[in-house]
Design a protein around this ligand. Structure first.
Ligand code: CP
Length: 312
């Protein structure tokens, strides 16, 4: 059996191209499984997985839980809001107490960049990063790339724009790494205040002009404005942001070509994207969500294969 080059999924940065191909190949198998009348396989029935969410989530949390259940793993869910973290317990103590209950794998979402990496150095368990602050969101980038591959077959030479709040986005960094590894060209489009200063060092181009960027690209990933991470005004008003960087139906029609629209969710309808665009045939937003389950099944399955636990 082919295996991943890593024992944890901490970020796309730590993966090789072969890992991406293996994950996509495995996800394609699981996508076929979850579209059968019986959507479950017994593969991981001897494995217990803890989902630790220290930050809000809808898609990622439910998608991981469903992926684990489709693989027949035992699942426990932890949400920081109802836990002893509120009483002052450290992250390492929290996780070690959970691991003492014989847990094999930990999926963690945390507001601090590097939390998953830190945990992988301090606890004896397989760690999956489900989003660490403004750093990386590897499973999101994998499902985004997989959804584009499903559409086009190959990303070599494709031009992908990532638009919006790059500064606070973990999706942007993971997407840059994944898309470039797969041979795509990446352009970031945002107000100057939402573009990190040294981002060009990653080999991307940048623009402050949405229409020009959309004319250049084959697909646009429209990021959410992350108000919860903004401690000061990065643009004059939401109205002005959406006038300059929001994607609406008129702008899409003006292009006279069909570009693919992605959004990681949750959507601020009317801010970064209008309902007309989000619900259009060019948007693959719900395909991304569907593919997320198959991608997460693939990741969990491939990482479980690196543990000394029987897989069915
Ligand atoms: N895309 C994404 O991470 O969504 P959630 O925050 O709902 O998990």
């Amino acid at each position: 059996m082919k295996t991943l080059s890593v024992s944890h999924l901490l970020g796309i940065k730590y993966l090789q191209l072969e890992d991406l191909h293996l994950i996509f190949e495995t996800a394609t198998h699981f996508k076929e499984v979850i579209n059968r009348p019986i959507k479950k396989v017994p593969s991981l029935r001897d494995i217990t997985i803890a989902n630790l969410f220290f930050e809000n989530s809808t898609r990622t949390k439910l998608s991981f839980e469903l992926a684990e259940k489709r693989l027949s793993a035992d699942v426990i869910n932890f949400s920081a809001a109802q836990s002893s973290v509120k009483k002052g317990e450290t992250l390492i103590d929290t996780v070690n107490n959970i691991l003492a209950m014989k847990v094999d794998m930990v999926v963690i979402r945390h507001p601090n960049p590097g939390a998953a990496h830190f945990l992988s150095k301090h606890v004896k368990s397989c760690i999956i990063n489900a989003g660490d602050g403004t750093h990386e969101h590897p499973t999101q980038a994998l499902l985004d790339a997989y959804s584009l591959l499903e559409k086009w077959g190959d990303l070599k030479g494709k031009r992908i724009a990532i638009v919006g709040d790059i500064l606070h986005s973990r999706v942007a960094l993971s997407n840059i790494y994944a898309l470039q590894m797969l041979g795509a060209e990446v352009r970031l489009c945002a107000p100057k205040s939402l573009l990190p200063k040294h981002i060009k060092e990653l080999g991307v181009s940048t623009s402050y002009d949405l229409e020009q960027t959309l004319r250049w690209c084959d697909a646009a990933n429209m990021l959410r404005v992350q108000n919860e991470r903004m401690d000061l005004g990065y643009f004059p008003s939401t109205r002005e942001y959406s006038q300059s960087f929001g994607l609406n139906g008129n702008l899409l029609k003006k292009l006279r070509k069909e570009i693919v629209i992605l959004h990681p969710g949750p959507i601020n309808r009317g801010v970064e994207i209008t309902s007309e665009v989000a619900d259009s045939s060019q948007a693959i937003i719900l395909d991304q969500v569907e593919n997320g389950v198959a991608i997460r099944m693939a990741i969990i399955y491939l990482l479980a294969a690196k543990l000394n636990i029987p897989i069915q």
